[in-house]
Design a binder for this molecule. Structure first.
Ligand SMILES: Cc1cc2nc3c(=O)[nH]c(=O)nc-3n(C[C@H](O)[C@H](O)[C@H](O)COP(=O)(O)OP(=O)(O)OC[C@H]3O[C@@H](n4cnc5c(N)ncnc54)[C@H](O)[C@@H]3O)c2cc1C
Length: 596
């Protein structure tokens, strides 16, 4: 079984050179922090996560959460204690406003902590992740009174949060949901209905759970225009802040899943015992979907982090295995003994593929997270608008591209282990099983691709995307200055970018939306692959500048990894163009009868 060691140098390198953290700390909003202080804090967080959270990962997978006869849920051994220490440590509070118990730190620093938590135990990390989504919704849309009652407890983690959207007939199509909200005459509402797949809907790690529930009010218009958002606490909160009556919202069963066994995924019912669960309307009636959208960027990004985190964990384990397992004889090795498998080219190829993809994912995710900070706090208003647009464009890519990679990278982790990866004893299989959910929830990756091609590419008639591509192209001047060693990187980056531009212009000029939809998923893959190459190349330029001052092997590895990605993985992006631009013809020419 592997341990987890937070990759702090990689994290700080990405924060420094790809996310531009030093610039953020010059702004008024973050003037109480400087980069060194923040890196020191992340060091502490890494130690905490490795010592307290990571040891709960395997036991959580093996035993899972259990539903008891009285409707309570018992989480795996160690989860509750780890959560108590997490609350005590304050690591969940970093990016939230100090007015509600937070630390007013950049979102991108909070994301670095999230990365570590998710590597340590993805199932456990979903509890704070859903709480963060609930906090976001309340900060943006809660009334001052609601904020006063709930926010501080959620920010500190004393209470946890959930999101109740999905119903059996309403998955990707949230607008089809049927849960009902009826006014109670005293300003509160009564909520009835069932929800499925609710992450951490019931548990034993905190004393109260604040459910955010989507439901329809009487006479609401059909579809997404008729959905309202409600606070439905597990325990009602008295005027003095103490816990009151148990609300009529229950977990009726737990889902049996491929992975993330420690995370209780609940089927929930409201109103079984009477008129309904007591709910409090957030904002205005019928604005629920609009409110969800404001917090979805952050939630989608947090799921994107899972692809990165689980790949990192699988990589650490695969590397450890490859350094001790002996098989065969590498070319040129002494005849007397077998070689470590890490000496074989195919194992090195897999390890480097994992490492390069992990660095590309980290670059993309941290850049997107820093765009949240820039869109909120950049001193120049025009820049705030620009980063808001960039954030909108990057978010579906930052959710889907890393989570698809996560499944592939954890599969490579198993492959490196050979048969010992396929059996459960080593734990390599857990990472792959855990990774599989991330392309599905928080909007499937198919839905993210549709969002990218139909809504995001057309922002300012395509100019938001074109401006990003121009920024990518401008790196070429730095690569040229960096010297001869960067020639092949420049060539493959130029080809990848040309492919991305061709595919983008084709999509923007599509007359039949079905043609664009048919190419959406390969386009998102093309986008992510090229953006990853750009970010690794940018990191390589920074590393080569720093290398002139010292011969640090860490920096040299940055160059090798970027070179590997740009010359061996990035060229695959060019091959995606025909899939993007094929149109829907072939897909609809298929006789559905012939698919049986
Ligand atoms: C472990 C787990 C935890 C979850 N946690 C939560 C939670 O906390 N709260 C919550 O509310 N929900 C949660 N969900 C629900 C999750 O968000 C949904 O499963 C997801 O949105 C997909 O919905 P669905 O399962 O109904 O699939 P469907 O919507 O039925 O999709 C099936 C397939 O059809 C595709 N598809 C659907 N519509 C279209 C379209 N218009 N165009 C093209 N393709 C389409 C999808 O991409 C997918 O491939 C969770 C799910 C799981 C499994």
């Amino acid at each position: 079984m592997s341990t987890y060691s937070a990759p702090l140098r990689d994290i700080t390198f990405t924060l420094e050179h790809l996310a531009g953290l030093p610039e953020l700390t010059t702004w008024e909003q973050f003037s109480h922090a400087d980069s060194d202080m923040l890196y020191g804090a992340l060091d502490e967080a890494g130690r905490f996560v490795g010592e307290v959270i990571a040891p709960t990962n395997v036991i959580g997978d093996q035993t899972g959460s259990k539903l008891n006869d009285d409707g309570t849920v018992t989480t795996p051994a160690g989860f509750k204690e780890a959560y108590a220490r997490f609350v005590e440590s304050g690591w969940g509070t970093l990016p939230f406003p100090s007015a509600f118990g937070g630390q007013d730190l950049p979102w991108v620093v909070g994301i670095a902590v999230v990365e570590m938590l998710k590597s340590a135990n993805m199932a456990w990390s979903l509890c704070p992740m859903l709480t963060h989504s609930a906090i976001d919704a309340l900060i943006h849309h809660g009334s001052p009174e609601q904020q006063a009652i709930y926010l501080e407890k959620l920010v500190t983690g004393e209470w946890t949060g959930t999101m109740l959207l999905t119903e059996p007939e309403a998955g990707s199509d949230v607008g089809a949901l049927r849960a009902k909200a009826t006014p109670d005459g005293d300003g509160t509402w009564r909520i009835t209905g069932s929800k499925i797949f609710i992450t951490w809907g019931e548990h034993d790690v905190a004393e109260n759970i604040i459910h955010l529930v989507l439901a329809r009010t009487p006479d609401a218009p059909p579809g997404t225009r008729g959905i309202s958002l409600f606070i439905v606490p597990k325990f009602l909160v008295n005027a003095d802040g103490s816990l009151g009556e148990r609300n009529d919202i229950k977990t009726v069963s737990l889902e049996h899943k491929i992975g993330i066994h420690g995370s209780p995924t609940c089927v929930m019912s409201m109103g079984d015992d009477g008129e309904g669960a007591v709910g409090y309307l957030i904002g205005e009636e019928n604005r629920g979907m609009a409110y969800m959208f404001t917090m979805m960027n952050n939630a989608r990004l947090a799921v994107g982090v899972e692809g990165l985190s689980i790949s990192e964990r699988a990589y650490q384990q695969a590397l450890e295995f490859a350094r001790v397992r002996r098989q065969g004889r590498a070319i040129g090795a002494p005849k007397t003994e077998s070689s470590l498998i890490i000496e074989h080219p195919d194992i090195r190829r897999m390890l480097l593929t994992m490492k390069a993809n992990i660095e590309a994912m980290r670059g993309l995710i941290y850049l997107t997270a820093a765009s949240i900070d820039r869109s909120r706090h950049h001193p120049d208003e025009a820049q705030r608008v620009r980063y808001e647009e960039l954030l909108a464009l990057l978010t579906p890519v930052a959710k889907a591209w890393p989570t698809d990679r996560g499944v592939e990278m954890t599969s490579l982790g198993i492959q490196i282990h050979g048969g010992m990866g396929y059996v459960e004893e080593t734990g390599a299989a857990q990472h792959w099983r855990d990774s599989r959910i991330a392309p599905i929830y928080e909007g499937t990756n198919g839905i993210q691709a549709i969002d990218l091609v139909l809504r995001k590419l057309s922002l300012r008639k395509g100019d938001v995307a074109r401006e990003l591509f121009a920024e990518m192209a401008s790196l070429d001047a730095d690569l040229e200055t960096a010297g001869e060693g960067f020639v092949s990187m420049r060539e493959s980056l130029a080809s990848g970018l040309a492919a991305l531009e061709t595919a983008t212009e084709w999509l923007l000029s599509c007359e039949d939306p079905n043609d664009a939809l048919a190419g959406a998923t390969p386009y998102l893959e093309l986008f992510g692959t090229v953006a990853g190459g750009w970010l690794l190349a940018k990191g390589a330029v920074a590393a080569s500048r720093a290398l002139e001052e010292n011969g640090d092997p860490f920096l040299r590895a940055k160059l090798t990894t970027a070179h590997f990605y740009c010359t061996q993985l990035l060229p695959q992006a060019v091959g995606l163009v025909p899939s993007v631009t094929a149109g829907a013809g072939t897909l609809f020419n298929v006789d559905l009868e012939q698919l049986t």
